[in-house]
Structure formats: structure tokens, C-alpha cells
Design a protein around this ligand. Structure first.
Ligand code: G1P
Length: 276
């Protein structure tokens, strides 16, 4: 059973400036909950209890959010507004939150590596909160599906989604063999390839289930695309040894790292709220 999930939340969110000048990108609300709330909720629903945030300067509001606010609680106690806090209270009751700093902005691989002292020899999850993933109500969430595949095959697993030609250069893209309807054996991976370099249209979505040996690989990985230490480059080594699976997840993916994706997510969540 996976108990720990790493949330890299140290980035500047430059695509959302000036909104992200003093508010972390992960705290931008999609309707009434910050992006990070959805991500933690998803991990908690998959049975994960230990949430590990890799932060940087100016991210204090994340710590305050995942904490009790006595003044607010006593102010709204017994009023209809109290209902709005049920979900965050549930997360605080069921999960622990740890924080560590990524003291250099050196990429996603470096962010995950920065949390190594909070991890152990067990496999762990990594969730990128700006990828908002909505799965059908009666299906297991993505992290649960990744866990199940890990239990069956014993290797690391990433979530995949099919993207259009014009989007391949934004993501990690895989080459692999299809094992079943939704499962791929990954043979190679390229971070943000040009359309010509892209080995497929299957992109990595920000949900990873990683075996702990990945941490050592991350420590040895040189800077790659954009001069950053890319998690894709470490995973690629596992893929080339035949130790990496991909799971084409069932549901909708909103890349909230882009304004367009963020607005689409907001519209989607809102339209579902109003018909609930
Ligand atoms: C990161 C990963 C990339 C992955 C993407 C999913 O990129 O490096 O492989 O496809 O997340 O959102 P970023 O969005 O940090 O540029």
C-alpha cells in the first residue's frame, strides 16, 4: 500500500503572472477549491495519508491552508458557511502534511529528489497539482489504478493521455507496446519533443507511482530539456530496462498550467456543480 505522495509546488507559475506574484499557482481556485486541494483529495481517496509538499519561498499560504484556522472555525460555527469547510477538515483529519524546500529551481526531477529524506524504501506517488484529472464517479481514481498496476507488475507506472500534434512539445512523450486496453509497456520517453522527435501522441500526465530506486537515479540525472533535471530522463532509464508501465487513464485531464486549460477546468467543475 502506498502511503506517501510528493507534490512539487515550488514553481513560479509564470504563465499566470501577475496573479501568481504573491499567490502560489497551486492555490489558484477552480471554482471554490484551490488546485492543490483537488490533488490532495485525490491522493487521500487513493488511501494515501502522508502528503509531502516540496515548496519554495513565498508559499506560506499552502501551509496555512492545510491547517486549522481557529478564528475562522469559531466565527462560522453553526452557520450555513460551516459546510464549506467539511472537505478540508476531512483532509486534515485523515492526512499528515510535511514540507521541505527546493532551494534551487532545477526542474521537476530535482524537486522530487529534494524530498528524498522524507521518503523510505517503499514506492511513492508524485502528483502535479496543475494537472486536474477528473475520473468517472464509479471508477477508481488514477492513483488507485497506478497502485493496482504496480502491485501486479512491481515496477513504476505513469499516467498517460493521448494529445493532439500541436501539444506534444509541452509534455513527456512515450514510445511503447500496448499490453492491454489501457496499459502500455514503455520502452522510451522524451521530454518535450518537437513534433518530429515525438515517438507517439501518448503524453505523460502528472501522476506517477515510483519505486524508491528512482531517487538514486534522480540524484545521478544530468540537466536535460530547459537545462532542468527532468523526471522523464530518470524514468527513461527504467523504461529502457523494461521496468516502466504507462496507464491510459479513463477520464478528463485539464492542464491548468495553461490559462486555457485552467478556464476549461473551471467551466467543467462549475457546470457539474450546478447540476449536482
Ligand atoms: C511535467 C513533466 C512532463 C509531463 C507534464 C504533465 O512538465 O516534465 O513530462 O508530461 O509535467 O503535465 P511541466 O508541466 O512541469 O512542464
Amino acid at each position: 500500500m502506498i502511503t506517501k505522495c510528493v507534490f512539487p509546488v515550488a514553481g513560479y507559475g509564470t504563465r499566470f503572472l501577475p496573479a501568481t506574484k504573491s499567490t502560489p499557482k497551486e492555490m489558484l481556485p477552480v471554482v471554490n477549491k484551490p488546485l492543490l486541494h483537488y490533488a490532495v483529495e485525490e491522493a487521500c481517496a487513493a488511501g494515501i495519508q502522508d502528503m509531502i509538499m516540496v515548496t519554495s519561498r513565498g508559499k506560506h499560504s499552502i501551509q496555512d491552508y492545510f491547517d486549522v484556522s481557529y478564528e475562522l472555525d469559531s466565527h462560522i460555527a453553526g452557520t450555513p458557511a460551516e459546510k464549506s469547510l467539511y472537505s478540508i477538515r476531512g483532509l486534515l483529519k485523515n492526512c499528515t502534511f510535511s514540507y521541505t524546500r527546493q532551494n534551487e529551481i532545477k526542474g521537476l526531477g530535482h524537486a522530487v529528489f529534494s524530498a528524498r529524506h522524507l521518503l523510505d524504501s517503499q514506492p511513492f506517488a508524485v502528483t502535479l497539482a496543475d494537472d486536474l484529472c477528473i475520473t468517472p464517479k464509479n471508477s477508481p481514481g488514477i492513483l488507485s489504478s497506478l497502485q493496482q498496476l504496480h502491485q501486479e507488475h512491481g515496477c513504476s507506472v505513469v499516467a498517460l493521455a493521448e494529445v493532439d500534434d500541436e501539444k506534444v512539445s509541452r509534455y513527456g512523450v512515450i514510445r511503447g507496446k500496448q499490453l492491454s486496453d489501457r496499459v502500455w509497456k514503455i520502452e522510451d520517453m522524451v521530454e518535450k519533443p518537437t513534433l518530429k522527435e515525438a515517438p507517439s501522441r501518448l503524453a505523460v500526465v502528472g501522476r506517477y507511482l515510483l519505486t524508491s530506486d528512482l531517487l538514486e537515479l534522480l540524484g545521478q540525472t544530468e540537466a536535460g530539456r530547459n537545462n532542468e533535471i527532468q523526471i522523464t530522463d530518470a524514468l527513461k532509464q527504467k523504461a529502457q530496462k523494461g521496468e516502466m508501465l504507462g496507464y491510459l487513464f479513463d477520464g478528463q485531464w485539464f492542464d491548468c498550467g495553461s490559462v486555457k486549460g485552467f478556464v476549461a477546468a473551471t467551466n467543467h467543475v462549475y457546470s457539474n456543480l450546478s447540476t449536482d
